[in-house]
Design a protein around this ligand. Sequence first.
Ligand SMILES: [Zn+2]
Length: 115
Amino acid sequence: MSDPSPATPLHVARTRAVVRVSELGQVFDAIVESSAGVNMDDEHDPEGSTVGFERAQISALLDHARTQLAELDAALDRMRSGSYGICEDCGDQIPPARLEAHPAARVCIACALRR
Ligand SMILES: [Zn+2]
């Protein structure tokens, strides 16, 4: 029996991203819940504006985590189609060390610097 989910750096990173999106989603929901029923008049309610600020911060982190997850999913698609680890710009092999540090990398270091 072959392992259906090999622990490549890409799979590990994707699992982490899924956990992160889920955790941030829970934090976001908790903030929304705790602010429900709070006076919505932010301007005159210092507490309300703090909640708004926190919510905006978590929302930005959540967006970022979702973007990362989408990039990792795209990388997994490339792995399935056999184009994973090949630079999109020059067609060279992306060094394994770079893929370990950035599993969703689409270009080699030289091309990344040129961009
Ligand atoms: Zn390249």
